[in-house]
Design a protein around this ligand. Structure first.
Ligand code: AMP
Length: 199
């Protein structure tokens, strides 16, 4: 059965990155979500890939919700003209709200903020706190060494192979969205796995 995705949260760089492919992919994803009637939840910034993503979704008539901490908002980096901008007190509140609002989580290329955000969501899935699809959009091979490293971490016994298999990846936004739509939720329990209670 196809999964109903009302909103997807996208984590991505507040910088544009070194290759034009990154911004192109951010715009492609924004427009794609809007065309499919899927709302976008993102960090609320106007800069870098975030700005490109939000602009493209809005231009295509999509719903765009930004969730931004107060200090970033006061530093005037917020995107104005979104469907909805939620100003929260802390980074932790922001991530909790983004997680609550979305039915799935994608990462486009980005830096420490992007990596931290997608890894926290993957950690929550591993603990069985949610069963929503999560994946990386591997534009121009950007995430390939990270995906290889995750395989190494799995081989070395620090990630359950079943959980590794739930970390989706694709080379295009459209391909990852298709995988999200066909995703069968898996209930993971890292605590049980670590204790050897599951295989
Ligand atoms: P980074 O990948 O380090 O550029 O960080 C990007 C991620 O961190 C985004 O997904 C945002 O949630 C958050 N972030 C970093 N900088 C900003 C900013 N100037 N405005 C809004 N959010 C930001």
């Amino acid at each position: 059965m196809e999964m109903k995705l009302k909103r997807i949260c996208v984590f991505c760089g507040s910088s544009p990155g070194a290759r034009p492919e990154y911004a192109r992919a951010a715009r492609e994803l924004g427009a794609l979500l809007a065309r499919r009637g899927i709302g976008l939840v993102f960090g609320g910034g106007k800069v870098g890939l975030m700005g490109q993503l939000a602009r493209a979704a809005l231009d295509a008539g999509g719903e765009v919700i930004g969730v931004i901490p107060r200090d970033l908002y006061e530093r005037k980096v917020a995107f104005s003209g979104l469907t909805d901008l939620r100003v929260v007190n802390t980074m932790h509140e922001r991530k909790a709200m983004m997680a609550e609002l979305a039915d799935g989580f994608m990462a486009l290329p980005g830096g420490l903020g992007t990596l931290e955000e997608i890894f926290e969501i993957l950690t929550w899935a591993q603990l069985g706190m949610h069963q929503k699809p999560c994946g990386l959009i591997d534009i121009a091979g950007y995430f390939s060494s990270l995906l290889t490293f995750l395989d190494q971490v799995t081989r070395e016994g620090f990630i359950d192979a079943g959980h590794r298999a739930t970390i989706l990846s694709a080379e295009t936004p459209g391909d990852l969205l298709r995988q999200f739509e066909n995703y069968q939720p898996v209930v993971a329990d890292k605590a049980e796995w670590a204790l050897g209670l599951t295989d």
